[in-house]
Design a protein around this ligand. Structure first.
Ligand code: MN
Length: 296
């Protein structure tokens, strides 16, 4: 019998999230929330939220711009710096300064407090600031494990060049064509930081059953023949299928998020994301009684 080639079934486009207004986080981060768990928690699990601070010019200042001491419990914050400099410090001993291309992966887990500011040097000179913060959920069994901090510097993050000059993929978490990213994750997750430019279709292999979202930060990506995903928009794909097909891309900077869904209830309030309302009440009590620590 001849071997009949079969096309791999691709994940169908499910919906496009086009974001609305922006708000400030502290006095340093003018962000748009491109998705968040009250609306998309089940569809986008294990991803909870993505805030995008699009490129903004800041004049030189001696002020500390950002957000002061505040808690988190039950998930991880992943901060990707595209331009500028970010300083972070937490009550579990994590912290540091990161610049363009660097990523901080903070596992809040059982709880900590931290502060997030523009880097001192950047604040003094001023310039363009651009950053993404992604919240990644933890499975119930890991929510009360010890906090942890991973500083993922640009030189640790492998870059894969796509065939036919279609662009490049920085592998922050998971793997892409055999190149593994440096992030240690609790559940299988891919975070690919991509630059795409191609008039030809781009195929990305992604595991069957995985949540898959394409977050376009800049430029445009065409999918499904006629759909255009523009800046600060998110394409959400069906879980069934073995990859996605992008028809073309024009000067696009985009994050591909995919991962094994965590099939557990999501109950959140402000900086806490747990599984039940009782756990939220406990988180508030633990924070208020100082159990998440304080910054020196
Ligand atoms: Mn925070």
């Amino acid at each position: 019998m001849p071997n009949i080639p079969q096309e791999k079934p691709i994940k169908k486009l499910r919906s496009i999230q086009r974001s609305a207004g922006s708000h400030w986080v502290g006095n340093g981060f003018p962000v748009r929330t491109l998705f968040s768990y009250p609306n998309w928690g089940n569809e986008l699990s294990p991803f909870l939220l993505l805030d995008y601070a699009a490129p903004t010019q800041f004049p030189p200042t001696d002020k500390r711009l950002g957000v002061g001491e505040h808690p988190h419990r039950g998930f991880e914050t992943v901060t990707i710096v595209y331009a500028g400099e970010l300083e972070h410090r937490d009550s579990a001993g994590g912290g540091g300064s990161i610049g363009a291309g660097d990523v901080q992966w903070m596992t809040a887990a059982s709880g900590l407090v931290h502060e997030e500011f523009h880097g001192r040097h950047f604040a003094q000179t001023g310039g363009t600031f651009e950053v993404v913060q992604l919240w990644v959920n933890l499975p119930a069994k890991d929510k009360m494990t010890a906090p942890h901090y991973q500083s993922l510097l640009s030189q640790q993050i492998p870059t894969v060049t796509l065939a036919h000059n279609q662009g490049s993929v920085r592998v922050i978490a998971g793997a892409f064509t055999g190149e593994a990213g440096p992030a240690k994750t609790f559940t299988p997750i891919q975070v690919w930081d991509m630059r795409l430019h191609s008039e030809q279709p781009i195929t990305l292999d992604i595991a069957d059953g995985y949540t898959t979202a394409l977050v376009v930060l800049k430029g445009t990506v065409h999918v499904n023949g006629s759909e255009i995903i523009g800046a600060a928009e998110v394409a959400i794909f069906e879980r069934a299928g073995q990859g996605i097909l992008l028809d073309s891309a024009q000067n696009a900077s985009a994050l591909l998020l995919s991962g094994l869904p965590i099939a557990e209830p999501i109950v959140g309030s402000g900086p806490f994301v747990m599984n039940t309302q009782a756990e939220i009440q406990q988180a508030i009590a633990d924070y208020q009684s100082g159990k998440m620590g304080h910054l020196a």
